[in-house]
Write a protein that binds this ligand. Structure first.
Ligand SMILES: NC(=O)c1ccc[n+]([C@@H]2O[C@H](COP(=O)([O-])OP(=O)(O)OC[C@H]3O[C@@H](n4cnc5c(N)ncnc54)[C@H](O)[C@@H]3O)[C@@H](O)[C@H]2O)c1
Ligand SMILES: [Zn+2]
Length: 401
């Protein structure tokens, strides 16, 4: 039985409008004279790279730029980024972008520090020591990668999203500037926003820390539900529920963008200590096969997995209904819990997340394989509050199809 829990995050969190102005100072504190910025061409064209270059130049910090990032990056792309970085080795990395670019920066920081290739570190706790200092600057309000212990890549051969999970992947600094999310298009805003909600809900309803089923001798950044995780997850759910629709409908709504940025970072703090569960495990093979965005896949699955988990988590879902803004006065706990699930369904619909897996071009023939592959992702499945067999995972997928 586990009776203690710990809480980890980025070393420093710098949050707020124009937070990027402090980037030079932050890099200087990390003793980095030469840094590599990992980003993509969409963000360069949106003028976001330039917002980082100015404070770095002012601080006299030399930098290279890898602008070949792409959504849901493949292992091959990560290796390409490693090769690029090795030509002029940096002392620190800056990940500028959504989860995709931040995760690329994280895996490159790992390979530069410890050698080998990206595949050497896949799975739970496979990184032997500190990686190069990382500064993560999110441009979506979603993944929480700026504070998290993971880097997620796409294994194109196995048609599977794969992850590196290690507390050594926590960035030295997270610079969360809501102004950088203003140019986020509605679909990216919706997909990444519901990913953040999924992180918070999966953390809030995860298996309890006291009974977290970690096999003897294994270590994990995930530890199950605990009071600190609950606290940040609750706040994340409240912020996201009250602001995601507004951010999708009007991307220039700065108050909504700022609340979403905070909600997503808090969601990252929650899930990266507590864990994510069956929604994420099921999304890994789906995203790997049909190449939907991580957020669209998670958002699509979320209410179906909640329904499966309901018997194990009635009081938690009842409280979540309240966090989502539903009036639960006078309802039984079970009715309130069901209202929580219905509220997630409504939010999905309002922001244009696909209702069913068929809308993501999943075919019924794929479902058994997806269930097998999801079941095998033990580091995530053991976080789920209700143990699921392969058959049950397939049933969840059928209900969602
Ligand atoms: N490491 C973690 O803890 C973690 C957690 C959840 C998800 N992920 C991973 O993160 C990835 C998804 O990240 P994401 O949802 O942030 O999206 P993303 O990084 O894939 O970005 C999606 C698209 O939006 C564009 N974009 C991003 N910000 C923009 C902005 N401000 N203006 C204009 N365009 C912008 C990007 O250029 C890209 O083309 C997936 O690979 C997922 O598996 C990682
Ligand atoms: Zn996620």
């Amino acid at each position: 039985m586990r009776t203690t829990w710990t809480f980890h995050s980025a070393g420093t969190l710098c949050f707020g409008q124009n937070a990027v102005a402090q980037l030079g100072e932050i890099a200087r504190r990390l003793a980095a004279q030469r840094v590599l910025i990992v980003t993509d061409q969409i963000l360069v064209r949106a003028g976001l790279l330039e917002k980082l270059c100015v404070p770095l130049r002012d601080a006299g910090i030399a930098f290279d730029v890898f602008d070949g990032g792409a959504p849901e990056p493949s292992i091959a792309l990560a290796e390409e980024c490693v090769s690029y970085a090795r030509r002029s080795p940096p002392q620190a990395l800056i990940g500028l972008g959504g989860g995709s670019n931040m995760d690329l920066a994280k895996i490159v920081a790992t390979v530069l520090a410890h050698g080998g290739d990206c595949r050497s570190y896949l799975g739970d706790d496979q990184i032997p020591g500190p990686v190069l200092p990382l500064i993560c600057v999110p441009t979506t309000a979603g993944t929480g990668s700026e504070v998290s212990a993971s880097s997620v890549l796409t294994d194109t051969e196995r048609q599977m999203k794969v992850g590196v999970l290690s507390n050594f992947l926590r960035p030295a600094a997270a610079v969360v500037d809501p102004l950088l999310t203003l140019s986020c298009p509605p679909k990216v805003t919706a997909d990444s926003g519901i990913d953040a909600l999924t992180h918070a809900i999966e953390a809030y309803t995860a298996v309890d820390n006291e009974v977290f089923p970690l096999p003897p001798g294994e270590r994990s950044a995930y530890q199950g539900r605990n009071p600190f995780g609950d606290m940040v997850a609750e706040k994340a759910i409240r912020l996201i529920a009250a602001n995601l629709r507004q951010a999708v409908a009007d991307g220039t709504n700065l108050a909504a963008r700022e609340a979403m940025a905070l909600g997503a970072t808090l969601g990252g703090m929650a899930f990266s200590n507590v864990g994510v569960a069956a929604v994420h495990a099921l999304e890994y093979p789906i995203g790997g096969a049909v190449h939907c965005s991580h957020g669209a896949g998670n958002g699509c699955l979320l209410p179906y997995v909640m329904r499966f988990n309901l018997p194990a988590r009635v009081p938690h879902f009842a409280r979540i209904a309240g966090f989502l803004g539903e009036d639960t006065a006078g309802l039984s706990e079970l009715d309130a819990a069901n209202l929580g699930i219905a509220a997630v369904e409504q939010l999905k619909q309002d922001i244009g997340i696909p209702a069913r897996l068929r809308d993501l071009h999943v075919t019924p023939e794929q479902l058994p394989v997806f269930a097998e592959k999801a079941f095998a992702v033990k580091r995530i499945m053991r976080v789920n509050p209700r143990a699921a067999t392969v058959t049950e995972l397939e049933e969840i997928l059928r209900s969602a199809w």
